[in-house]
Design a protein around this ligand. Structure first.
Ligand code: G4P
Length: 279
């Protein structure tokens, strides 16, 4: 499901309430981040919400990202468990399960030490819209053909999926909201499709993306479109539109078609691997 961000305060409040309810049921939290934007895909309040619960950072869409190892090192240097995965193809999943299990074991060990009956540890996945929560849950559940509903507000019984010995996963992910009031973060969320294309003006968004790619990842642009690199996003947009035949009947550029083509190809990784946040 493509659940891009809705900017309605009602939705956000409801999502936050659901997350708080579900967090009270779990021992560990799997925080799913987009490996292309490991900072911009975070929710600044999460630490406060989960307090001392063990947290596993999972950098998803690692197949689309450029600098994954350096980011993993950064998180590990901060004493956080971190792993990179591709939830669609399944790479990194075994390591994720092993790390989640070892975090969970320390938690269940503590519980039994304090006299509680032994039980499986419980985990839940949290992350911003479109980061790959459903894909990861399906992958962990080993049933990729099943699409799991994740709309806030769908009431049903809690279901747990056994993902390893002694570790169960809540089948409903928590939807977190990123810091989209920061203009720079909002742009990155639009490029990676956490924010829907319908709610903002695509032309400046795409021009800015092209400028960033030209500055930092020009090889992908040159290889895909065979264009001259320029620092001007409009100039790059025009060149790409012409190269790819995005033209209207009279020969004018078909702007809408060019904008969607560039965004789709970028999001599919056809312009090369990128990481848009700075270490
Ligand atoms: P969500 O529950 O967090 O909202 O995200 P969801 O799993 O629905 O995934 C959002 C989109 O991201 C999907 O694409 C999904 O296939 C894609 N995706 C998830 N994980 C990865 C990954 O590790 N690598 C890559 N390259 N893509 C990933 P979609 O276009 O909405 O749907 P579809 O392609 O599955 O039809």
């Amino acid at each position: 499901m493509n659940e891009t961000l809705q900017w309605f305060p009602g939705h956000m409040k409801k999502a936050q309430r659901l997350i708080e309810e579900n967090l009270s049921l779990v021992d560990i939290v799997i925080e799913l981040l987009d490996a292309r934007i490991p900072v911009s895909s975070q929710n600044p309040m999460l630490r406060e919400i989960i307090r001392d619960k063990p947290r596993l950072i999972v950098l998803n869409k690692a197949d689309l990202a450029a600098n994954v190892d350096a980011w993993l090192k950064k998180f590990r240097d901060e004493n956080l468990s971190a792993v990179a995965v591709d939830a669609v193809k399944g790479s990194g999943i075994k390591q994720l399960i092993a790390l989640a299990k070892s975090l969970a074991e320390s938690k269940t060990h503590k519980l039994t030490k304090h006299g509680a009956k032994p039980r499986s540890a419980r985990a839940m996945i949290v992350g911003i819209p479109n980061v790959g929560k459903s894909s990861l849950i399906n992958r962990l559940a080993g049933m990729n053909h099943v699409k799991i509903e994740n709309r806030p507000g769908v009431t049903r019984a809690k279901q747990w999926i056994k993902i390893a010995d002694g570790l169960d996963l809540l089948d409903t992910p928590g939807i977190l909201y990123p810091k989209f009031d920061d203009a720079d973060v909002a742009l990155k969320l639009s490029w990676t499709y956490a924010i829907s294309d319908e709610i903002h003006d695509l032309e400046p968004t795409v021009c800015k993306l092209l400028e960033v790619l030209a500055e930092k990842f020009s090889a992908g642009l040159i290889e895909r479109y065979k264009i001259q690199i320029s620092a001007d996003g409009h100039e790059l947009l025009n060149q790409i539109a012409l190269k790819r035949g995005c033209l209207q009947k009279g020969g004018n550029i078909d702007l809408e078609r060019a904008l969607h083509l560039i965004l789709t190809e970028f999001r599919d990784g056809k312009l090369g691997r990128v990481t848009l946040d700075e270490l």
